[in-house]
Design a protein around this ligand. Structure first.
Ligand code: EPU
Length: 331
């Protein structure tokens, strides 16, 4: 276990905001996590993963917890499936690479998403037609209030679009320590999203799909190691049919996708229509290859990012009469 005081969080958030944490503590086991929770009872606590989906808006006057548990194990298998348990701190893409290597499928479309396994369940990360909820079997968590452990079934996690019970009713209450994924021994590629099918070619292997997803992501999204960002800054818009029909009357070229629960409008399109692609505000930029992403061009302050996000939302409200909301968590 390591505990540091007054630590710069620069290496711990992909937006590269240079803010400080009063205390930063890293644990290597569930036992150590429970000790830390006891030691810091009463303090403001934030558990982070790779810091790839948050924006620190100022110094953090509390305890940042981070996991150094980074292993995975096979819990069970039958003729068709394998149950893999990942520690919360295991980098999701490292797990996916190993699984693809072994020909185990289910997560290949999620390749190259920055972040760690625990946070992937909180956020229900998704890409190219697959979401974490499609492969999560159960989640193990520790209750911050009394240190007891609890298992959540997939249903109990109440997953939604970039959403789960851990972002709502149970926000701040539980720390996910392990995620159990139910994966497939027999590969059935999911290639219906965008240009994925044409990118992979005929009879792809699991690794072919992973490599195609990585190629597409690299064309559109900034490398977090090169340019600070938190992936998509905004969520896509889900409209009910009445609102959609009114809007599409005025904007007949608006792209739209039928979804469970409504009609999805790509926020990237709304942002582009308002002329934001490539625009900067201070050190913040609306990324030219994918305007849903805001980037730190080098010296952006949290305020620069927030100002740009606010201005984008406002102009969309004025032009289209709809409100897009951030996917990124403001801390
Ligand atoms: N579009 C534009 N202009 C652009 C780019 C895109 O109009 O410059 C429109 C097009 O109509 C395009 C549509 O946006 O067809 C969708 O674009 P894309 O396939 O790139 O996906 P997205 O909806 O913008 C979502 C996720 C990404 C995920 C991709 C692929 C959210 C908030 N974002 O983006 O996830 O990688 O789909 O599945 O749902 C993330 O969450 O951080 C993330 C990167």
């Amino acid at each position: 276990m390591t505990i540091k005081q007054n630590l710069s969080l620069l290496p711990y958030n992909t937006f590269r905001m240079d803010v400080k944490a009063k205390i930063f503590a890293e644990y290597g086991s569930v036992k150590e996590l429970k000790q830390l929770l006891q030691q810091f009872r009463g303090e403001r606590i934030l558990h982070i993963g790779a810091g790839s989906n948050l924006l620190f808006t100022k110094d953090f006057d509390g305890v940042i917890l981070h996991s150094a548990m980074r292993c995975a194990r096979c819990l069970n298998e039958d003729a068709d499936h394998v149950w893999i348990e990942a520690d919360n701190g295991l980098v999701l893409d490292e797990l996916i690479e190993q699984l693809c290597d072994m020909g185990i499928s289910g997560m290949e479309n999620l390749s190259y998403i920055p972040g760690e396994s625990g946070a992937s369940a909180v956020q229900n990360v998704g890409a190219y037609g697959v979401e974490a909820r499609d492969v999560i079997d159960t989640v193990r968590a520790v209750d911050c209030s009394d240190g007891t452990e609890r298992v959540f079934t997939n249903q109990e996690c109440r997953f939604g679009y970039r959403d789960s019970i851990f972002k709502n009713e149970l926000r701040g209450r539980y720390i996910i320590t392990h995620v159990v994924y139910k994966l497939n021994k027999h590969f059935e590629p999911k290639l219906d999203y965008g240009n994925l099918r044409s990118e992979v070619g005929e009879h792809p292997s699991v690794m072919d799909v992973r490599n195609a997803v990585i190629r597409i992501r690299k064309q559109k999204l900034p490398e977090v190691s090169e340019l600070g960002s938190a992936g998509s800054f905004f969520k896509n818009l889900l409209l009910n049919r009445d609102v959609y029909e009114k809007l599409s009357g005025n904007f007949p070229d608006m792209p739209h996708y039928e979804q469970e629960g409504g009609i999805k409008i790509p926020s990237a399109w709304l942002i582009e229509q308002c002329g934001w692609k490539g625009k900067t505000m201070g050190g913040a930029q609306c990324y030219p290859n994918q305007p849903l992403v805001l980037v730190n061009t080098g010296n952006a302050t949290p305020q620069d990012i927030m100002n740009l996000a606010k201005a984008i939302c406002q102009s969309i409200k004025e032009k289209f009469g709809v409100e897009i909301s951030p996917e990124v968590n403001y801390i």
